[in-house]
Design a protein around this ligand. Structure first.
Ligand code: DAH
Length: 353
């Protein structure tokens, strides 16, 4: 009986200093666990006499219940303390302003490119995407650039493979014009009668590459959007009408344009289209270099040799083509003074659009 009293006193005393879950579990094992002194008493009951057994058994049970309820009470205290502590530490002030997630946006080139394609789509031009890695034939020869012709020097190339390819090395396209040949050949191949291919009205967007000195005005990569219309009875008047309409949709219904004669190997005749400077209204400013006009695109009637390379008979078919640069138009529109900002990946620049 004395031993039971000691067991109870020392167990309750030990419980006083238990303040966390780990210590509580250790206490349970030590004081009411299977090999605790108290359980030893239960195990030893059999050795007692008939007279002693009920009293000791009852006392042991009382101690066991007392320790169990002390354990439950302590467990509750520890749980309440843990809850109070976490409420205190993880306090949340729902009135604080949130941290805004940085918002992504479209690159200015993409914005301008999509604007061009949207307008061209309204005008019936379907998008045709062509490859960025081309052969010399498609990038130059089929477009009426003769081999070794000085016109090629306007478009110095990045070569991908020259070994064993003679006059037909593989290069990164220097313009989107090779897509004209691919689109025409696709149309011929898909036509029920290859001698009578269907008319074409497409827009060719995409990245182009030139081996150039990088300066404020020229980059080694840039986008172009090319247009091509091929059919019967297409005239220079169609070209002028289409591009004038395009300029009005792009720069405003009041936009004035002018065409100047120019030269490209793949068009004849060729022209350059200017739009009246939308910064100064044609009076002359630094953006238009005092001329009152901004150069917007190159264009012309598709050269007979180019139609032929595409599989279209130049005796029956004619067409017009044009090519323009989204970065150049974005620069004019947003007064961006250095083309190097476009691929510089400086968020301070990109965030402005
Ligand atoms: N390919 C020309 C260049 O990159 C741009 C161009 C001019 C495209 C006249 C055309 C065109 O389709 O008719 O400089």
């Amino acid at each position: 009986m004395n031993q039971l009293n000691d067991i109870e006193t020392s167990a309750l005393q030990a419980l006083e200093s238990v303040t966390d879950e780990d210590a509580l579990q250790a206490w349970k094992t030590a004081h009411i666990g299977r090999s605790s002194p108290l359980m030893q008493v239960f195990a030893g009951l059999g050795k007692l006499s008939k007279e002693e057994k009920p009293a000791v058994g009852q006392a042991a049970n009382r101690v066991k219940l007392a320790l169990e309820s002390a354990f439950e009470a302590r467990a509750q205290i520890i749980k309440d303390a843990a809850l109070a502590k976490s409420l205190e530490e993880e306090q949340l002030d729902v009135t604080l302003p949130g941290r805004p997630a940085p918002r992504g946006r479209l690159h200015p080139s993409t914005v301008q490119l999509r604007r061009m394609l949207d307008i061209l789509a309204e005008m019936g031009f379907q998008v045709y995407t062509s490859r960025e890695v081309e052969t010399d034939e498609f990038n130059f020869q089929f477009l009426n650039f003769p081999l070794h012709h000085p016109a090629r020097e306007m478009q110095d190339s990045f070569y991908v493979e020259t070994e064993g390819r003679g006059d037909n090395p593989i290069l990164l396209r220097t313009h989107t014009s090779p897509g004209q040949i691919r689109a025409m050949r696709d149309a011929v191949a898909a036509a029920p009668d290859p001698a009578n291919p269907p008319p074409i009205r497409i827009a060719l967007p995409g990245m182009c590459y030139r081996y150039e000195q990088i300066t404020a005005r020229s980059e080694i990569q840039f986008n172009q959007v090319e247009g091509l219309a091929v059919g019967t009875n297409i005239t220079f008047a169609d070209l002028k009408g289409t591009l004038t309409d395009f300029a009005r949709r792009m720069f405003g219904q009041g936009a004035r344009v002018r065409f100047r004669a120019d030269h490209f190997p793949f068009t004849e005749p060729s022209a350059e289209m200017d739009v009246e400077c939308f910064v100064c209204g044609g009076k002359g400013c630094s953006v238009c270099k005092r001329s009152g006009w901004l150069e917007i695109l190159g264009c012309g009637m598709v050269h007979p040799n180019v139609l032929m390379s595409g599989g279209y008979d130049p005796k029956r078919y004619t067409g017009f083509a044009f090519g323009m640069g989204p970065e150049r138009q974005a620069m004019l529109r947003y007064r961006i003074e250095d083309i190097r900002y476009f691929w510089g990946n400086d968020v301070r620049f990109l965030e402005q659009f």
